[in-house]
Design a binder for this molecule. Structure first.
Ligand SMILES: C[S@@+](CC[C@H](N)C(=O)[O-])C[C@H]1O[C@@H](n2cnc3c(N)ncnc32)[C@H](O)[C@@H]1O
Length: 227
């Protein structure tokens, strides 16, 4: 560990929490790529229009079998070299499947979720990556280590209490959120007063109330046309 990393850990020592969630990601036979392709196959197949926020090395982006693909990342990958905020501010298109995996900080993910809700096609899907951290270091903002979910889970708490949307978290690949609109009159609560500065102890308290489902349950929901 570098000296800078050690100093950072020291600085945030008071945020440390002993709880470790053993999600067993390595033992699951499916990941976000399988999930997204299942969504694509069950919306408009090859004719699906796909948007990915945060593409990095295009691992997922290049694995999605859809004709029209738009990828947004200020650093690398995808098709648009810009932030998600800049992209959504200029966007006039609708998308069938949207994957949110950009900056893993609560208020950014919240904006990405609301912007995605505004431009998803009727009957379309929004998916999210990294909703289930294993440790306080994996959750911590600012980032302390390579494996990082950030505090995207705070948006999951809000989406699980939202009206007019159906939201689940599939227990694969660091937690893949699945959401679709059930009403054009949807609303997402703003719990930032309680969540903005919340640390890992709050996730430990909240995780039991999150709508966790297995991959098999997600498949059944997608095939039945409901999330
Ligand atoms: C975890 S990686 C994405 C991985 C990719 N979706 C995959 O599954 O293979 C996160 C990416 O988000 C990008 N990012 C950071 N801030 C962003 C922003 N404001 N808008 C869009 N993307 C952002 C980073 O540059 C990084 O490449």
């Amino acid at each position: 560990m570098s000296v800078v990393s050690k100093l950072r850990l020291l600085k945030f020592k008071s945020h440390a929490h002993e709880k470790v969630f053993d999600w067993k990601w390595g033992e699951k036979s499916f990941n976000r790529i399988a999930m997204v392709n299942l969504l694509v196959a069950n919306t408009r197949g090859w004719n699906t229009s796909y948007l990915e926020i945060g593409c990095a090395g295009n691992l997922l982006f290049h694995s999605v079998a859809a004709k029209r693909k738009v990828g947004v990342d200020p650093a690398e990958g995808g098709t648009h070299r810009m932030t998600s905020d800049a992209f959504f501010a200029a966007n006039t298109e609708k998308y069938d499947v949207i994957f949110v995996d950009g900056l893993h900080e609560y208020q950014q993910v919240r904006r990405d979720a609301l912007n995605a809700l505004a431009c998803v096609e009727e009957g379309g899907w929004i998916a999210f990556h990294d909703l289930l951290p294993s440790t306080w270091k994996e959750h911590h903002v600012p980032r302390l280590q390579e494996t990082w979910t950030g505090d995207c889970w705070k948006v999951a708490v809000e989406l699980s209490q939202a009206k007019g949307v159906d939201f689940r978290i599939v227990e694969v690949d660091h937690g893949v959120g699945l959401m679709r609109k059930t009403s054009s009159n949807y609303s997402v609560p703003d719990l930032s007063e309680r969540l903005l500065d919340a640390e890992f102890d709050v996730f430990v308290d909240e995780v039991g109330s999150l709508p966790l489902i297995s991959f098999d349950e997600a498949v059944a929901l997608i095939l039945s046309g409901r999330a």
